[in-house]
Each structure stands twice: as C-alpha cells, then as structure tokens.
Write a protein that binds this ligand. Structure first.
Ligand SMILES: CC(=O)N[C@H]1[C@@H](OP(=O)(O)OP(=O)(O)OC[C@H]2O[C@@H](n3ccc(=O)[nH]c3=O)[C@H](O)[C@@H]2O)O[C@H](CO)[C@@H](O)[C@@H]1O[C@H](C)C(=O)N[C@@H](C)C(=O)N[C@@H](CCC(=O)O)C(=O)O
Ligand SMILES: Nc1ncnc2c1ncn2[C@@H]1O[C@H](COP(=O)(O)OP(=O)(O)OP(=O)(O)O)[C@@H](O)[C@H]1O
Length: 458
C-alpha cells in the first residue's frame, strides 16, 4: 500500500499506465508493489479526436505520462525505473534521462543527493533495435498532420507570457491563451488578453501529499516541462500547430555549479530542453507541431522594457510565485514583496518605468528598505549565489542597479546608495552598461510564420 510505503527506502519506480477518455487523462505510477498514484489532467470541452491524429495523440500522451512522473519519482528516487509499456527508443530515453537529471538537479543539490548514474530510463536493446529495423520500424518519423495555423500561448500570470501574447497579437496571429491549474490570478490575466481562453486542470495524486507528510524526498521539479507536454497533448486534441512559451534567454544560465555539475533552477525553461522537446515532437508526434519560446533571444531586461509599455496589465499581473501554491493560503497581496521574484521584477522594471508607476504596482519601494539587502545582494551575486528562483543573470541585475545609481530619482534610496558606496567600487564599470542587455541574440526556434512577432519585442 502507498500509505505504508517508506518512499526513501523504495527500490523501483514504476510507470503503470496512461489512459484517456472523455477529456480526462489518467496517469498512474507506483513505488515497488504499492498502490497506484494517479494524476489526472482535465481537458475542458474536449472535441472528438480526428482519426488521423490518434497516433500523434497517443505518442504525446505517453510522453506526458513519462514527464509528469518526475513529481512522484522524486519522492523516493529508487535505483530502478520500470515502464510497463516496455523500453524506450533512444531519443525518448535521452530526453527523459536529461530531464530527470538536470530538471531535478536543484532538488538533488539541496537534498545532498547525486542522481548521476542513478537516472536510467529503460532502453530498447541493440537486438530489439535490429529486429525492429528489419521490420521497417526503426526511428519513428512522424507525418505532418495539416494542423490548423493556430498558436497555444501559455499564460503564467507574470510579465513574460503577456509580452509574448502582445507580440503575437501585433501580427494578428490566431492564438489561444491557455493555462494549467486553477489560479484566479492567471485567469484574470488570460481574460485581459482578449484572446480565446483554454483552462486545463491538473490534479496531482493525493498519495503524493501523504508521502510528503511521511518524509518523502521533496524539492523543485521542472514544472515547465510538465506544462509543455500537457500543451503538446492539447495542441493535437484541439488542433493547434504551435506552442509559444515565453522563456527568456537568461533561463539557460545555471544558478550555480557544484561538483562539476550545473544546477539550474529553470532548466526546463532553458534552450537545451526546448531543443530536445521540439525535436522529439517533430519526430514522434507531428512534423508540423512546433514548440518554441518566443522570448528566447531576449534577456530579462529586454523583456521588462517591452512589458513596461503594456500598461493595461499592470493591475492584474504578478510574478510572485507565492500566488501559485497548490496547497495552503494565498498571499493577501499580489506581490509579497519579500521573495526573489518580487525583488528581481522590481529591480528589472525600475529602469523602464516612471518611479511612481512602479511603486503603485508593488505598493511599496523595495529598494528603500534596508531589511531587503540580502535578497538584492543574491540577485547581484554579491556574497551569495543567484537565488533558486526564476530570476535573471547576476550581470543583468548589476546593470539594472548601476543604471538606477546614475538616476537622481533613485540614487538616494537605501539599497541603491549602498550599491554605489559598497558594491560598485568592487566592480568593473565597463561591464555595467544596460544597453548590451537590450540586444536580441540570434538563437531561437521560432517557426517562420511567427518570426515577425519577434520584432514587436526587441
Ligand atoms: C508555487 C511554488 O512555488 N511551489 C513550489 C513549492 O511548493 P510548496 O510545497 O510550497 O507548495 P505547492 O506548490 O502547493 O506544492 C505542494 C507540493 O506538491 C508537490 N508538487 C507540486 C507541483 C508539481 O508540479 N509537482 C509536485 O511534486 C511538491 O511536493 C510540493 O511540495 O516548493 C516545492 C518544493 O520545492 C516546489 O516543487 C513547488 O514548485 C511547483 C512545482 C511550481 O509550480 N513551481 C513554479 C511556480 C516554479 O517554480 N516555476 C519555475 C519554472 C522553472 C521550471 O520549470 O523549472 C520558476 O518560476 O522558476
Ligand atoms: N500555470 C501555467 N500554465 C501554463 N503555462 C504556464 C503556467 N505557469 C507558467 N507558465 C508558462 O511557463 C513559462 C515560464 O513561466 P514564467 O513564470 O517565467 O513566466 P510568466 O509568469 O509569464 O512571467 P514572470 O517571469 O514574470 O513570472 C511562461 O511561458 C509561462 O506562460
């Protein structure tokens, strides 16, 4: 029984089954011979699936099962992984090995675990591969399905996805604002976009919370990967040919390096994961289903500059992750004002907004509060590493702070003055310009039909 299992002592993590009926996907997992833990994803008003999309849907659902398993696997991290459907082809196993290793790197680091050599998804053996090649079924090559030219744009309640929405609207792209979960804040942002909306519900297995209470391993999981594959299933089901996330260039930068391994809180928002999943969807699901990030060429500072023009969202959005907890009470204010996301977004918007406007958004001046010094120091990578949160690079935080230290309206505020007097003398002034951060880089996977939207951002 799951209720009696000691998760940290388990030997096998088992992927039991993935089923879909009437708009509900059921994903089942177990430790050892324990009771199934079942996660459910609900797709509202799900249309009947056209027959020509069935194989693509099945492939996407199978990947969702494997990817969403990361929430449960982490509770025990047993030495063996079993997949009831049988071993995986190399591309699928590579994707999952990378996701579980790098997406759980922060979890492993903070729990003193080492997952290297431990995460091994079962692969087809050489003999099986030879057999299947003889039968003509080697590496899968998915067909184009003639999916409608429509884009799913995920909404996270923060600034980034709203910049992506407005960029797509600026080229009159046909798009749906979509979000996973039941956040009222995200729903309000999605409604404000004026786009058609789609709200997919996700229910984690209650057994996971029981395991957590009984001392399971716990920590950060690569939630953007889970949301991405939920949207891949939705794209096939509802008929969209593209999924445009809003993951910035800075998301690829590691939070810290430890024992020769990069630990990146935002790994599944980074470019390496985008490439792995984008290629996998092309080869295993549909040649005409594109997965990309519309903000990939841009730094956080380029994005906050773009967001500073989107005034209609100012009284609806929040980047503070405390709003998005599944369990427990939500904060009274949209911005808690204490966490790394609040610190970073305040700092990164400050160079681009009139000061009274910024203070109205946050209801306070975080840079004139000495008690917040340690939080801002971590953002600047001064005496500390970057926080385990979705924040920009240390160098861009330093560039923003430097810009403020040159502005009369900011330079007397406690933490800006402290930066000027204590931190600035230790820095190389040539590395502190804001302008280079506003230049887009060339690296992205935005499909040709959406590339005009990139110009609306930069
Ligand atoms: C909202 C939040 O930040 N949650 C993280 C927090 O969880 P907490 O225990 O404080 O509360 P709940 O969110 O209610 O979660 C309860 C437990 O459920 C498990 N869980 C939840 C969601 C899920 O997808 N899988 C799960 O296993 C987990 O055991 C929770 O304890 O701390 C947790 C432990 O460190 C984090 O796992 C929770 O993070 C959520 C998965 C989450 O949605 N976080 C996003 C706000 C987030 O971090 N986004 C990243 C995106 C980068 C990436 O994809 O890696 C970001 O903004 O940086
Ligand atoms: N609940 C969700 N459902 C679907 N997509 C989500 C959800 N939460 C976040 N995302 C998406 O994941 C990506 C990364 O999220 P992130 O939190 O960085 O973006 P954001 O909320 O738009 O901006 P901010 O950085 O200000 O928080 C974005 O594309 C966002 O839309």
């Amino acid at each position: 029984m799951t209720t009696t299992i000691q998760p940290r002592l388990t030997q096998v993590f088992r992927f039991l089954h993935a089923r879909y009926a009437d708009g509900v996907a059921e994903l089942a997992y177990a430790f050892d011979d324990g009771e199934p833990m079942v996660e459910r994803i609900r797709f509202p008003h799900a249309p009947a699936l056209p027959r020509e999309r069935q194989a693509a849907f099945d492939a996407a659902l199978k990947l969702l099962h494997l990817v969403a398993g990361v929430s449960y696997y982490k509770a025990g991290v047993p030495p063996k992984i079993e997949v009831a459907d049988g071993p995986l082809d190399d591309a699928t196993a590579d994707l999952l090995d990378a996701l579980y290793l790098h997406g759980l790197a922060e979890f492993a680091y903070r729990n003193g675990l080492d997952l290297r050599g431990r995460v091994n998804f079962p692969r087809l053996g050489a003999e099986t591969k030879r057999e299947s090649r003889r039968g003509g079924a080697s590496q899968p090559a998915a067909k184009a399905l003639g999916l409608p030219h429509r884009t799913l744009v995920p909404i996270g309640g923060g600034k980034d996805s709203l910049v992506a929405v407005e960029a797509i609207k600026s080229i009159s792209g046909d798009a749906t604002a979509v979000w996973v979960g039941n956040s009222a804040l995200i729903a309000a942002c999605a409604a404000r976009t004026g786009l058609p909306t789609l709200n997919i519900q996700r229910e984690l297995a209650p057994a996971l919370f029981e395991l957590n209470q009984r001392g399971a391993w716990n920590g950060h999981i690569p939630v953007t990967a889970v949301n991405s594959v939920i949207l891949a299933v939705a794209a096939i089901l509802y008929g969209h040919d593209s999924i445009a996330f809003a993951n910035e260039r800075s998301a690829s930068a590691a939070t810290l390096e430890y024992d020769g391994q990069q630990v990146n809180h935002q790994w599944s928002k980074g470019y390496a994961f985008e490439q792995l999943l984008g290629d996998w969807l092309h080869s295993h699901v549909a040649a005409d289903l594109d997965y990309c990030s519309l903000l990939r060429p841009y730094s956080e500072l380029a994005i906050t500059r773009a967001f500073a023009k989107l005034t209609p969202y100012f009284d609806a959005f929040s980047s503070c992750n405390r709003n998005f907890k599944l369990l427990g009470p939500k904060p009274a204010d949209r911005w808690c004002g204490q966490c790394p996301k609040c610190h970073f977004v305040f700092l990164a918007l400050a160079p681009f907004l009139p000061k009274p406007r910024l203070l109205a958004i946050f209801g306070r001046n975080l840079l004139d509060d000495e008690t917040q010094a340690a939080g801002f120091d971590a953002l600047l990578e001064y005496k500390d590493h970057k926080p385990f949160e979705c924040v920009g690079e240390g160098a861009e935080a330093r560039a923003a702070m430097y810009a403020l230290s040159q502005r009369p309206e900011w330079q007397e505020d406690a933490l800006v003055a402290r930066f000027r007097d204590e931190i600035l003398p230790q820095l190389d002034a040539a590395q502190l310009a804001l302008e280079p951060w506003l230049e887009p880089s060339a690296e992205h996977r935005v499909p040709a039909r959406l590339q005009a939207a990139l110009k609306a951002i930069g």
